[in-house]
Design a protein around this ligand. Structure first.
Ligand SMILES: Nc1ncnc2c1ncn2[C@@H]1O[C@H](COP(=O)(O)OP(=O)(O)O)[C@@H](O)[C@H]1O
Ligand SMILES: O=C(O)C1=C[C@@H](OP(=O)(O)O)[C@@H](O)[C@H](O)C1
Ligand SMILES: [Mg+2]
Length: 170
């Protein structure tokens, strides 16, 4: 059984869609940020502040490496697909869906959020530069590019569910 990974920039809907997909397909759901927060007993901003970003990135790889072989939905954090090793693990163990959103939508959704340390430390322009830097790596990693602009969470969820069911058993 393969896992389903949702990748994409912060605010592209990975967590919200992952939860909906899990309900629709009756599959377990894991949000990497939530799992890492649970394991450490700290929030994501606290982890960044206490241990630094590099240590957080190690925790992400550790999660991917040691996660049981289970058919489930995994919402990654926006930085997970930046490491070649992480991309290899995801491609080898599952189906990878890239949620593509415009930067305009992203900024509207995340700019006031206090729980994303990278947003907190960035200007609008800096975050946009990161968005453009990351996009080719999401594209490189994913088997599916999902356009999210102008689509509701439910529409996107149904589209991904359709693709998963179509490929089940491959
Ligand atoms: N296509 C969409 N339509 C409406 N709201 C969305 C859409 N995608 C994401 N959102 C909203 O944007 C916010 C950020 O989404 P989230 O799932 O936390 O993103 P991610 O996990 O990719 O960072 C949430 O409030 C979510 O409901
Ligand atoms: O893009 C990133 O580097 C990050 C994205 C966040 O997850 P979301 O993509 O769910 O916001 C979270 O992992 C952390 O704040 C770092
Ligand atoms: Mg998320």
């Amino acid at each position: 059984m393969k896992k389903v990974y949702l990748i994409g920039f912060m605010g592209s809907g990975k967590s919200a869609i992952g939860k909906r997909l899990s309900n629709l397909l009756n599959l377990p759901f894991y949000d990497m940020d939530t799992e890492i927060a649970k394991k450490t007993g700290m929030t994501i901003p606290q982890i960044f502040e206490t241990y630094g970003e590099e240590k957080f990135r190690e925790m992400e790889t550790d999660f991917l490496l040691h996660f049981p072989d289970e058919y489930c939905i995994i919402a990654t954090g926006g930085g997970v697909a930046m490491r070649a090793h992480n991309r290899e693990i995801m491609r080898a163990t599952g189906l990878v869906f890239f949620l593509n959103s415009t930067y305009r939508d992203i900024w509207r959704r995340v700019s006031t959020d206090k729980n994303r340390p990278i947003v907190q430390r960035s200007t609008r322009e800096q975050l946009e530069a990161l968005y453009h830097k990351r996009k080719p790596l999401y594209l490189e990693c994913a088997q599916f590019k999902v356009e999210t602009t102008g689509r509701s969470l439910n529409e996107i969820t149904q589209y991904i569910a359709f693709q998963i069911l179509r490929l089940k058993g491959d």
